[in-house]
Design a protein around this ligand. Sequence first.
Ligand SMILES: [Zn+2]
Ligand SMILES: [Zn+2]
Ligand SMILES: [Zn+2]
Length: 430
Amino acid sequence: MWYVDAPKPVSITHADQTQSGVETHVEEVTMTGSIDGLEMFSSPEKGRGLRVSRGFSVGELLFSCPAYSSVLSVTERGSCCDLCFRRKQGLARCGKCKKAFYCNASCQKADWAMHKLECSAMVAFGENWCPSETSRLVARILAKKKLQKERCDSEKILLIGEMQSHLEDEDNEKKEKTEADIAGLSRFFSKHLEVPSHRDLLTLFSQVACNGFTIEDDELSHMGTAVYPDVALINHSCLPSVIVTFNGTKAEVRAVQDMKPGDEVLISYIDLLYPTDDRNSRLRESYYFTCKCPECQKKSKDKVKLKSAPPSELLEMCEQSLEEMGAVFEDSNVYVLHMMYQAMGVCIYMQDADGALRYGEKLARYYSKLYPPYSLNVSSLYLKLGRIYMAMGRHSEGIKALTKAITIMEVAHGKDHQYLEDIRKELTQK
Ligand SMILES: [Zn+2]
Ligand SMILES: [Zn+2]
Ligand SMILES: [Zn+2]
């Protein structure tokens, strides 16, 4: 569902200045706050964007951005702290609702302004308490807007209210979903919130839909949802120059290509495994634009990705086993790969280590060819593989896979990230 700022001109003052726009625009950035080494700019084609004003090398941190608002998924409750998202054993529970969990009293205290939106309502509604994650996040944004009148650390360049919305582009299905989310907001949160006008709510939900981020852990499991106004400024490319990772609820943006002054900061909003047409229909569906990056023009990886298979035929074969598919399609076909990934997930769920490794090893071979050199999809796969090998006592294979994950994560997450410390520990545990 989520990711960043769709590159379309917007109606803030500097966005339409295409001729002499650069200078005016630098002034504006200084006026409103800034991040060292970065600047907002606008182009006639893509609207606002972010570019670097000095060089960055692979693995270097461009900037980090605390969440403006974040919300832990209901399914992660009890496994992770509701405030800081740390995953650990023995979390302390909110005594009142018994549904929120925290590292300690200080995490609980820091979360109270947000948790109180839900605490008593969860008790009152009991089993019937079921707002969507989007409604929960929007409730928190509204509460924070009320509390925080000044520009905050997540808004050094872009204010939350300046994030792109696409209200006019939404189809009926999306409109219905938003209406349901708004109904959920009034049903479950109205007691503690001054709900703004319907029109303002529609805009806010649209902003969240195209600018929200899902927070994922090192294996790319969904932990929660958050908004980061400054990160939302980054445009999309299928050949991204940066990757966004999460440290708790903080977003960190690191270079995965060497960048020179003036280069645009570009992330991928979508899974890059898919071929060009498919990627672009996903981009249009969620972000309302078509990508014109060099990869979309060359389509250089499409041939491998689509070897002998239209997607519709593959769908019909879903019921059949992958072994049967193997006789018809090349393994490198992305839809076969997607199914293998699902199959690997099922094997892990059923604790069938051999099955999981069989699919995982095959996937790894193609992933490393089809994804860019630094990709979280690739590192999370190697992590899963490595952890299975280690659990089976196949240490040398485990170490090999974990080391591959580390190589990518040192660039994407930074060398000091807690995840890397954890994995290095796993390497020595036999
Ligand atoms: Zn915590
Ligand atoms: Zn509570
Ligand atoms: Zn592209």
